[in-house]
Design a protein around this ligand. Sequence first.
Ligand code: NDP
Length: 286
Amino acid sequence: MAKIIDGKAISTQIKEETKEKISKLAEEGVEVTLAVIQVGADPASSVYVRNKKKACEYVGIRSLSYELPEETTQDALLELIEELNGRADVNGILVQLPLPKHMNEDMVIENIDPKKDVDGFHPQNVGNLSIGRKGFISCTPYGIIQLLKRSNIEIEGKECVIVGRSNIVGKPMAMLLLRENGTVTVTHSRTKDLKEVCRRADILVAAIGKPKFITSEYVKEGAVVIDVGINRNSDNKLCGDVDYEDVFDKVSAITPVPGGVGPMTIAMLMNNCLESITIKQNKNEV
Ligand code: NDP
């Protein structure tokens, strides 16, 4: 019988821990502030931004909201980021992606102070992760490590296969699993014999963006399956990259969609906002 990894429960646990630490900081007169910038009104982005602000409120983080019109110039956005970089009362800056087409996302991210880059997307933080230094870690893969650890799933020495090599999920996931002493393989659209490679996995992470792509043919008996995908099926219902029903009887543990990886991303964002305080106090390297 497969264990269902309950991302909702684990993310609540993390948010409670964060809330407690933030309330202790408040007693010492330290306030944590996150600036959230959204450009345009993409409906999915609006939902994400709303949920992030709600989570901030829940854990006691002050959130500053910047809702800029779609036609905002990149220079104007960079000016706002510069202002927030310089503000002592702002600990974290989050620019909701995707940005409108006339903007260069890489350049925008590079202009965020790495010490305030709570999304962990700045090249300096990505580099720190790669060479084992401290810094902000991309929230989704960081959340997956927490899901595994808090479900008592051992990573050390395990064959870990990741499907997908994006900068925000696949690649940092590989670095984190490596840091936990997993034996890591990263696969992508050009991988040959993908099914065979996936069947080697003790821990299989699917971050592809294709509904129900991973069927039981990709999964070894007893594997742990982590489904990062957030897709809509033909009935417009949320579904993951894994065919949950098809693999369920074969796996030892699995994350559902929704209720698996999704809630962890926001919980780890709250955790990163908290960590921004230690970074500010120079107790941490970035
Ligand atoms: P990207 O589109 O950036 O990357 C997808 C990756 O999948 C690419 O590396 C691509 O390979 C690979 N891929 C595509 N088709 C195949 C295939 N047929 N065989 C093998 N590999 C393939 O997506 P993201 O990483 O941003 O997101 C992945 C999924 O996770 C999406 O559904 C997204 O919505 C979800 N997501 C969920 C989050 C959460 O909080 N739960 C957070 C972030 C994302 P190649 O590089 O060769 O093109």
